[in-house]
Design a protein. Structure first.
Length: 653
């Protein structure tokens, strides 16, 4: 059975002739030529990319080994070091170029050059070695967004240690689970962080995590002093960052390893039960980030690149800590939140730092529309030349605002589809080659064999939805789940899908072949025999001028199978009482007109916000529990706004 697509979007935005002429990949024929090269000689295509983009200590002779599918290996007999590729290779030509412009929550700005960053990484790598950390050891990093977070990740990569970054908003229990699963020997943290003008502690969560059991592998905790709030230090275990690296030399030879040596483990957020430790390689992962930076972001030497993601997520790994540095770019790293001290913070930073490429999440875009849709017009955003979207499908109305108001109708938007497990972009416009459609991630990158299939791996016709798969292994894909190869196989390569990589998303292609993400497979609603993607109903709701944001889930229904439950944030004050009833009725009719009666929400619940992690990710698990009237028993400490759950318990009568 196919999944029905009910969203209709016909607006098309081609790149300007000026943008196209200056782009790395100029025009649709150039894109098609790369795709044809990959089709004709898949191994040769990726081998050429790897030789051109990466500095190899020992060249590889084998590109792809498929003999033990799905445990694929890329460039396995080649040797490299990721930190060397991010730092050392730039010293002769870009040593004095600014690598990172850091802006703290309170507005403090620090700039470091590639030469200075190299020295800091080497010094800290030596500090790790002094604590007994060796190649293959796991190091958990629990830090705020900072230059130090990048230094810690790069230092691990330099000596061959495997890092696992845990987002600074996760609870001590979540941190404990990740330390235990990885068997970490060392934890790197901070006394605290600044967010929204407040100093928030971090070290106490580490202390508690280490008392919860199973953490006997941890030998030391290194603590960066950020807030001067102090921290309880356990003698013999805890050491301040500045003391750990005191007297350490600013030179540390990189440890060269096989391209298949694990670079990091990253635990997927929101998973139930045992955390899923996504394990990425060194060579293939680095290749994916570099190729996508060139193709998708059209990166050039003069760009100032800003990805707003936290390093605790894959976006912050690929497009903050590794990709931009490997490409020799100048990038912005930001500690704070987009609405402090006011909702103009992002726009002021773009103006001040002359950002040319801006990459953020639809949740941030929608919240900024609500906070002040005309605010960007008060700032000089003329430095921008390219905008990006990441994390979930962007609804067309938010896309249009982003394009017109932030980008001045001159900046293409690269709407990127990818995952923690893919490591880098899979489907995205190449901005100088592809005409854009609001809400569509357009076409797969060259060398990415994405397709849409039914439940048994058969192709589906254009216009019909199905399971999004990638039919051939690709360099940056997850290698395994840490310590759980069987779960890896069953989750991502189910036998009924012919061994294709199952993304877990539903999608469809329109008559022009454009890909449209419809939502997670488990976010597909079965309403009276119709399978509807939640994202499309959300997009219809947000297209209403009253609505700032919406999230849609299903709950069991005796007759229809599933009922549609919508959680809605209005642009004005939260609706209550009679006003809520009238607004809910109007929104139901609106969805009926936009999509059809089958998609009308059975329930609408109004809140001042939606339950989100501190990175802006909507916690749909919690919304499903609320819709079903279940008691919420899971940990909500990662939420930015746990009090919002009370508001969303009651449906409008």
């Amino acid at each position: 059975m196919s999944i029905e697509s009910v969203l209709h979007e016909n607006r098309v935005f081609p790149p300007s002739e000026a943008f196209k002429a200056a782009a790395r990949i100029s025009g649709i024929e150039a894109y098609r030529a790369l795709c044809a090269e990959a089709e004709a000689d898949y191994g040769g295509f990726w081998g050429r990319q790897a030789r051109e983009l990466i500095d190899w200590h020992k060249p590889f002779t084998r590109t792809l080994d498929e003999s033990n599918a799905p445990f694929f290996k890329w460039f396995e007999d080649g040797e490299l070091n990721v930190s060397y590729n991010c730092l050392d290779r730039h010293l002769a030509t870009r040593g004095d170029k600014t690598a990172i412009i850091f802006e703290g929550d309170r507005g403090d700005v620090t700039k470091v050059s590639y030469r200075e960053l190299h020295a800091r990484v080497c010094r800290f790598a030596n500090a790790l070695k002094a604590q007994g950390v060796v190649k293959g050891d796991r190091v958990v990093i629990y830090l705020p967004m900072s230059i130090e977070a990048v230094v810690a990740m790069q230092a691990c990569a330099r000596i061959g240690a495997i890092h696992s970054v845990v987002f600074g908003g996760f609870s001590s229990k979540s941190l404990n689970e990740r330390i235990v699963d990885a068997g970490a020997v060392l934890v790197i943290t901070s006394d605290g962080q600044f967010r929204g003008g407040k100093a928030m502690p971090l070290k106490p969560a580490v202390d508690e995590a280490l008392t919860l059991g199973g953490t006997g592998s941890v030998r030391a905790v290194i603590v960066y002093k950020r807030t001067d709030a102090g921290a309880e230090m356990q003698a013999g275990r805890d050491i301040w960052w500045h003391e750990a690296e005191a007297g350490q030399p600013e030179q540390c030879d990189p440890v060269f390893s096989s391209a298949e040596h694990p670079l990091f483990i990253l635990y997927t957020s929101g998973s139930t039960g045992k955390p899923k430790g996504v394990q990425h390689s060194s060579g293939g992962y680095l290749l994916g980030t570099l190729a996508s930076l060139n193709w998708v972001f059209d990166l050039n030497e003069q760009d100032v690149f800003w990805c707003t993601a936290d390093v605790g997520w894959i976006t912050g790994h690929s497009y903050v800590a590794y990709g931009p540095l490997a490409a020799g770019a100048t990038q912005v790293v930001f500690e704070g939140v987009p609405t402090y001290p006011d909702a103009g913070r992002f726009w002021r930073m773009i103006q001040d730092h002359k950002v040319s490429i801006f990459y953020t999440a639809p949740t941030a875009i929608r919240s900024l529309i609500k906070a002040g849709g005309d605010l960007p017009k008060s700032y000089d955003l003329s430095s921008l030349r390219l905008l990006g979207s990441v994390g979930e499908p962007i609804n067309p109305e938010a896309w249009i605002w982003y394009y017109n108001v932030v980008g001045g109708a001159r900046c293409p938007i690269v709407d990127t589809w990818w995952q923690t497990e893919t490591g880098s972009h899979m489907i995205s416009p190449l901005p100088g080659a592809v005409d854009l459609k609001p809400g569509s991630c357009t076409f797969p990158l060259p060398g990415i064999m994405a397709d849409i299939v039914d439940e048994v791996g058969g192709d589906v016709e254009l216009g019909k939805g199905g399971f999004l798969v990638i039919k051939r292994p690709f360099p940056s894909q997850v290698r395994t789940l840490w310590g759980d190869p069987e779960r890896f196989k069953s989750a991502y390569f189910p036998p009924e899908l012919k061994g294709y990589y199952l993304a877990g998303d539903s999608a469809n292609r329109d008559p022009d072949g454009y890909f449209w993400i419809m939502g997670r497979i488990d976010d597909v609603l079965n309403v009276s025999g119709h399978r509807l993607g939640t994202m499309e109903i959300e997009s219809a709701l947000v297209a209403n001028p009253l609505v700032a944001e919406a999230a849609v889930v299903g709950k069991p229904h005796d007759i229809k199978g599933e009922a549609v439950v919508a959680f809605v944030v209005l642009k004005g004050a939260r609706a209550e009482g009679e006003e809520a009833r009238k607004t809910a009725a109007a929104l139901r009719e609106w969805v009926g007109q936009q999509i059809g009666p089958i998609a009308k929400p059975d329930e609408i619940r109004f809140g001042e916000n939606l339950p989100k992690t501190r990175s802006g990710k909507i916690m749909r698990r919690l919304l499903r529990a609320l819709a079903k009237g279940e008691e919420i028993t899971q940990d909500v400490s990662t939420l930015e706004n746990p009090a919002i759950l009370e508001q969303l318990k009651e449906a409008v009568k």
